[in-house]
Design a binder for this molecule. Structure first.
Ligand code: ADP
Ligand code: MG
Length: 396
């Protein structure tokens, strides 16, 4: 267990908080198009302010190349934060992120004050976890709080290096992610089911390998299931296939069997002949995909089969859509799985950017136990990796 802001005295301290304020913006105007991440950051900030701390916020925004690029300024975020917190947010837009003006302003902060630093990726050392920049940040305050799960899988100055110089604890967002993802994987109520999908087997090998040691059953759907079908000797037509991964798929199936993990693959698929949402759909058994057609979603028999397994589970972790859910006519399988998860009375956890987007698209997001906010980070968590931005936090 990692210490959180509640396990440490913060009154009278200057607290550096790494948030994920990397919001989507309108390309033309720079206006924030979705402020979910800013809102999600508020509970930790408000807690610190109420407890009598001064707060210095850090975040990245986008991927500025080669240093300070003012198209990626955090100014719009500072403005929105002021609205949401209903108080002034001090923001000095300096390309160096930290300079003498910033140091002076930070030194003068009083309890209850909020300051936001400029985009930490304006400094090329940030993503290299440069020690000098980590120390420049650390010198502004007394305590480091990491609340940016989405970048916790990266060892950067503002996510990891800074903890070399300051006591470090987690904010409420990271606490929640670690609790739900960690408990699900390490301490699940059984039966424990993992549902994996998405486009590529190669992206998900470490997740499959890790979860095979933990789960009671494993569902594999989506684009990556065709590589497994091929491994079973089925022709997959024009469906997504990673030929070079076929031997590994065989190996993983053998491992599942050896470990007594029940493995479920699709039994029928929706196929199309040209890649368009309006293409004619033909549903076929999985071993009868015509050579000129491509599987874009799981079929109704598969949804039924997966649903039965889902309803039996007490813990479910889901990563990767069952089909090309971005196209409305091929979203049915993914929706079917999401609806079954809502029906299931166990713990339901979604990890992965596209899977979370799918569940949101169906309006079922508030019916799941937990939807991870970190795409890549949640995947690495499910791979059993230690996230650098979590590892640096003090243990309880
Ligand atoms: P996540 O972001 O949740 O980890 P992935 O990035 O691995 O998920 O996979 C998401 C992508 O997989 C989606 O863009 C979806 O269109 C694609 N996909 C799922 N099934 C298929 C399929 N049968 N054929 C092609 N693409 C697929
Ligand atoms: Mg993805």
């Amino acid at each position: 267990m990692k210490k959180t802001v509640k396990d440490i005295a913060v009154a009278g301290k200057k607290v550096l908080v790494r948030c994920d304020l990397n919001v989507p913006q309108d390309k033309e105007t720079g206006a924030i198009t979705d402020d979910t991440r800013i809102r999600a950051a508020l509970p930790t900030i408000q807690y610190l302010l109420e407890e009598g701390a001064a707060v210095i916020l850090m975040s990245h925004l986008g991927r500025p190349k080669g240093g300070a690029d003012m198209t990626f300024t955090l100014k719009p975020v500072a403005d929105r934060l002021e609205e949401l917190l209903a108080k002034d947010v001090l923001f000095l837009s300096v390309p160096e992120v930290v300079n003498d003006d910033v140091r002076k302003a930070a030194a003068e902060l009083k309890a209850g004050d909020v300051m936001l630093l400029e985009n930490v990726r304006f400094r090329p050392e940030e993503t290299k976890n440069g020690a000098a920049f980590s120390k420049e940040l650390a010198d502004l305050g007394d305590l480091f709080v990491n609340d940016a799960f989405g970048t916790a899988h990266r060892a950067h100055s503002s996510t990891a290096g800074i903890a070399d110089y300051l006591p470090a604890v987690s904010g409420f967002l990271i606490e929640k992610e670690v609790k739900f993802l960690g408990d699900a994987v390490e301490n699940p109520e059984r039966p424990f089911l993992a549902i994996l999908g998405g486009a590529k087997v190669s992206d998900k090998i470490p997740v499959i390998e890790n979860l095979l040691n933990k789960v009671d059953s494993l569902i594999i759907g989506g684009g990556m299931s065709y590589t497994f079908q091929k491994a079973l000797g089925h022709e997959v037509g024009k469906s997504l296939l990673q030929e070079e991964m076929v031997p590994l798929a065989k190996e993983l199936m053998a491992k599942a069997e050896a470990k007594g993990v029940k493995l479920l693959l699709p039994v029928d698929v929706k196929t199309i002949a040209e890649f368009s949402n309006d293409a004619e759909i033909i549903i076929v058994p999985v071993d009868q995909i015509p050579a000129e057609r491509e599987g874009v979603d799981i079929g109704p028999e598969t949804v039924k089969l997966f649903r039965e397994e889902i309803l039996k589970a007490k813990t479910i972790v889901w990563n990767g859509p069952m089909g090309v859910f971005e196209m409305s006519n091929f979203a049915g399988g993914t929706r079917g799985v999401a609806e079954a998860m809502v029906e299931c009375d166990g713990v339901t956890i979604i990890g992965g950017g596209d899977s979370a987007a799918a569940v949101q698209q169906f309006g079922l997001d508030d019916k799941m136990t937990h939807i991870s906010t970190g795409g890549g980070a949640s995947l690495e968590f499910l791979e059993g990796k230690v996230l650098p931005g979590v590892a640096v936090l003090e243990d309880k």
